[in-house]
Design a protein around this ligand. Structure first.
Ligand code: SAH
Length: 222
């Protein structure tokens, strides 16, 4: 049995390496800290049994309750855009499976993550605790309101599609902070990188993407 577990662990570790070599590096992901963080997180532990064979495939996967774990490349690109340092305090909206949360936790000092669906926030919190992440706090709620008690945040990542960047999140972003979010219509969006600097806000529109909707007071109504 133990031998079988070791063989399986080897199998998944090499699938993760292959994913990095085939899907991430050729598309331009080059930040060594980001690549190492991705290598350090066993993606197969964040997907359902039905999706185990596809855990390291080039696609988003269903995680239940109509939600998805993002495609590995999308996770990598958003993480790289955030330029997370060892002392960064990061807020994530849309915990989902907790996979992206784990990658943020590998890079940052503290990660706060908000998820509106109980089932996902509870499952992700349990999973991340079992994996030994001690710098992560997860709560259930409407992430479009942010987490005012813990603000300001150096980095904010929204992993669901917003009609516009929620005002409370812009307010809770520290000066010199970076926010990354898909913004746009219900079924297709652009990935935005927003930088706050000296009271000014700079927006960069990167490329088209498709995310599940951000539902809340400063998002979609349902
Ligand atoms: N980062 C996740 C992807 C989750 S998909 C992962 O790696 O698995 C986006 C998630 O955002 C869904 O779980 C959805 O329930 C959640 N979500 C949508 N609107 C939200 C809101 N207002 N506040 C918090 N979470 C929200």
């Amino acid at each position: 049995m133990e031998e079988l577990i070791l063989i399986l662990e080897d199998f998944y570790a090499s699938a993760c390496k292959d994913m990095i070599e085939a899907q991430l590096k050729p598309r331009g992901i080059k930040d060594v800290r980001v690549l190492e963080a991705i290598l350090g997180v066993p993606r197969h532990l964040f997907v359902s049994k039905d999706n185990l064979a596809r855990a390291y495939s080039d696609m988003a996967l269903d995680i239940g309750m109509g939600q998805t774990i993002s495609q590995p490349y999308m996770v990598a690109v958003m993480t790289e855009l955030l330029e997370i340092g060892e002392t960064s305090r990061v807020l994530e909206i849309g915990t989902g499976s907790g996979y992206q949360t784990a990658i943020l936790a590998e890079l940052a000092m503290e990660v706060y993550s908000i998820e509106r669906i109980d089932y996902h926030s509870e499952t992700a919190a349990k999973r991340l605790k079992e994996l030994g992440y001690e710098n992560v706090s997860i709560k259930t709620g409407d992430g479009t309101l942010g987490w005012p008690e813990k603000a300001p945040f150096d980095r904010i990542l929204i992993t669901a599609a917003a009609p516009d960047v929620p005002v409370p999140l812009m307010e809770q972003l520290a000066d010199d902070g970076i926010l990354v979010s898909p913004v746009g219509e219900r079924h297709t969006q652009q990935l935005w990188k927003v930088v706050k600097s000296g009271g000014k806000v700079l927006k960069e529109f990167l490329f088209p993407c498709v995310f599940v909707p951000l539902i809340g007071q400063h998002g979609w109504a349902r």
